[in-house]
Design a protein around this ligand. Structure first.
Ligand SMILES: *[C@@H]1O[C@H](CO)[C@@H](O)[C@H](O)[C@H]1NC(C)=O
Ligand SMILES: *[C@@H]1O[C@H](CO)[C@@H](O)[C@H](O)[C@H]1NC(C)=O
Ligand SMILES: *[C@@H]1O[C@H](CO)[C@@H](O)[C@H](O)[C@H]1NC(C)=O
Ligand SMILES: *[C@@H]1O[C@H](CO)[C@@H](O)[C@H](O)[C@H]1NC(C)=O
Ligand SMILES: *[C@@H]1O[C@H](CO)[C@@H](O)[C@H](O)[C@H]1NC(C)=O
Ligand SMILES: *[C@@H]1O[C@H](CO)[C@@H](O)[C@H](O)[C@H]1NC(C)=O
Length: 564
């Protein structure tokens, strides 16, 4: 009897300990907000999802988010099942207004209006999208996903209790968060800082950079935070991409932080040395830099100065080619930092590919120093992806990264967070899909966190962020739909994944249905699906190696489908 109960205990203990491991996933604390809903994190609670492990070649896992409030909900299926796998949406009930619901019966959807006596007013037949996955047809490799660790981000995090900071780090960089592996940071200041700044502001006219012998205290705070980030997120390697917004004012033609101003030619070599010094100092702090760019948004200081009031420095492509080929390129390549990748442009898509053609016209070898092309997303809804296709066709061996994105900068947008906005999440979802379908290797979003206003920002250039911190109580932060949109890619498409061919029978260019697929380093498949329609949609999946599967996606939802 005793032996028997001991055995029972053992079985129980094994089961319980297994349970403890599985309990790494925690649910989102959903809170309704003005524009939708957010997940609330405090020091003792934050939502995480364990990476789904596949142990069977017929197994299929769907991770879903929806406007109604699903956030990384897991649904399991099998290629052996005949019936359609339906992702169950959350019932959305508002106390003031019982929202219209979609009733699903058989293969039909009904719109139900609570305030109208007639129960069913509309009856719509589901659409079916045919989706063919051809893993033999392979495209670009993924390098990195991440966000920017600006001065504003560092400043906000420093005010939070350690447990809450740790939840920010884990939410972004841990496997159970959204598994970022990269950050972007400024060399000196950026617009998301408390003031403009650079190294060696004093003494002026000092090309030897005699006073740039240590990093700034603001960098040291960031480095301390990044060390903590790497440790709590269990991140072995953090790919840091760095870019300068402006040189110290004495190096510039207008001797100001902003406005129409370029680098004085007599300081071209000093500006290259300035970059090298930064890389060496970062390395000396055990925080080596993975890549730099030739400078953030060079057109701001040439044509953009009418409306850009933050620190920036202008370059024409002709000038920049000279600086790169005669100064920056040789200086970096003939140094202990020769392994650091150099990315060109770091500006809007509408400068592609002409910026590089002009560089080549100015110095035929300038582009040889570039390992990659960096592009910002801000005007992508106006300037189509054919521009990056052309750049890729001309320079197929260069990496392409999207290095900045946020919403709220346009005159017609709210200049700051829209807490809970699903629409803003959908903008991200569509943008990531489009870039990834056009050979982009990775994406670095803008500020990792911002405050309730969308700052701090010293020129009041407030915008949105995937995570908004409550800087009033310093006890909570809010994960916006944007955070989950990005995570549908970054969490499930690790570095070294390869994009594969996915074809649908959607012919309507404006259809709110889209898909992009990857084969991961462990050979499993991750498909990201977007349903922007106000109705559920059926997907008839046909994988050239695995077989067929039917899936029903709820209205206004995103999914990552994983199988072997
Ligand atoms: C944190 O959130 C959880 C879940 O909503 C709640 O139970 C807990 O009381 C909160 N903790 C604090 C300190 O507010
Ligand atoms: C996968 O393995 C886990 C235990 O490790 C088991 O609980 C689960 O049923 C398995 N799934 C399938 C589809 O075989
Ligand atoms: C060096 O820079 C610091 C500020 O970073 C400044 O206080 C100091 O005066 C500078 N030294 C010289 C010699 O200009
Ligand atoms: C490379 O650096 C070494 C010293 O570190 C120097 O002697 C050499 O001239 C440099 N070569 C070029 C091409 O700049
Ligand atoms: C931040 O916390 C304060 C105090 O708890 C609360 O009144 C406020 O509504 C919160 N802000 C947001 C954006 O939820
Ligand atoms: C795609 O295929 C499905 C199923 O074969 C069909 O019902 C649907 O009408 C097709 N869509 C288009 C746009 O042709």
């Amino acid at each position: 009897m005793k032996v028997f109960s001991f055995c029972l205990y053992l079985v129980y203990a094994l089961w319980a300990s297994h349970d403890a491991v599985a309990a790494l996933s925690t649910d989102c604390q959903l809170r309704e907000t003005k524009h939708g809903s957010v997940c609330v994190c405090n020091s003792s609670h934050c939502d995480y999802l364990e990476q789904p492990a596949l142990n069977d070649s017929n197994q299929l896992v769907v991770i879903s988010s929806s406007k109604n409030g699903l956030r990384y909900k897991r649904t399991d299926g099998s290629f052996l099942q005949r019936s359609i796998l339906e992702v169950q949406d959350r019932q959305f009930i508002d106390e003031n207004f019982v929202a219209d619901t979609i009733v699903v019966e058989d293969n039909r959807a009904w719109l139900q209006f609570s305030k109208i006596p007639q129960q069913f007013v509309l009856n719509a037949r589901f659409r079916t999208m045919q989706l063919t996955v051809k893993r033999e047809q392979r495209y670009q490799k993924i390098t990195n996903f991440g966000g920017a660790f600006t001065g504003s981000v560092s400043h906000i995090l420093q005010q939070l209790p350690t447990e809450l900071q740790d939840h920010v780090y884990r939410s972004y960089f841990h496997e159970e968060g959204i598994a970022y592996n990269s950050i972007r940071m400024s060399i000196g200041g950026s617009d998301f800082d408390l003031q403009p700044w650079a190294y060696n502001e004093q003494p002026r006219n000092d090309p030897k950079l005699s006073n740039f012998t240590t990093l700034d205290p603001r960098d040291l705070q960031k480095i301390e935070q990044l060390e903590r980030l790497k440790s709590v997120a269990e991140l072995k390697e953090l790919q840091i991409m760095a870019a300068a917004w402006s040189a110290p004012t004495w190096m510039k033609s207008n001797e100001r932080w902003t406005g129409f101003g370029q680098l004085k030619p007599e300081y071209y070599q000093a500006w290259a040395q300035y970059h090298l010094r930064f890389l060496e100092l970062m390395q000396s702090k055990n925080m080596p830099v993975w890549a730099i760019s030739t400078g953030n948004e060079p057109l701001n200081g040439v044509i953009g100065f009418f409306f850009v009031h933050f620190m920036s420095m202008g370059w024409t492509p002709w000038q920049q080619a000279i600086w790169l080929s005669d100064h920056l390129g040789p200086t970096i390549r003939n140094s202990s930092q020769r392994h650091v990748l150099i990315f060109g442009n770091d500006d809007q898509r509408y400068t592609y590919p002409s910026w590089f053609r002009k560089m080549r016209a100015s110095r035929s070898n300038a582009l040889d120093y570039l390992d990659g092309l960096a592009v910002h997303w801000y005007w992508d809804e106006i300037f189509g992806p054919q521009l990056i296709d052309e750049a890729h066709a001309e320079m197929p061996n260069k990496l392409m990264l999207n290095t900045e994105s946020c919403i709220g900068d346009k005159p017609w947008q709210t200049h700051g967070p829209e807490l809970g906005s699903w629409g803003r999440g959908e903008s991200y979802m569509r943008a990531y899909m489009q870039d990834l379908q056009h050979n982009i290797n990775g994406w670095l979003d803008w500020n990792l966190v911002l405050d309730e206003k969308g700052g701090p920002n010293y020129i009041h250039n407030y915008v949105d962020s995937p995570v908004i911190v409550n800087t009033t109580n310093r006890a909570e932060f809010y994960k916006q739909p944007i955070y989950y949109a990005i995570g549908h890619f970054s969490k499930f498409v690790p570095a070294q994944s390869v994009r594969i061919e996915t074809q649908t029978n959607e012919t309507d260019a404006f259809a709110q249905l889209n898909v992009v697929g990857f084969q991961r380093p462990d050979n499993s498949i991750a498909l990201i699906l977007y349903n922007g329609e106000n109705l559920p949609v059926d997907v008839a999946l046909d994988d050239s190696q695995r077989g067929k599967f039917k899936l029903r996606l709820p209205a206004r939802s995103w999914h990552t489908v994983i199988y072997k």
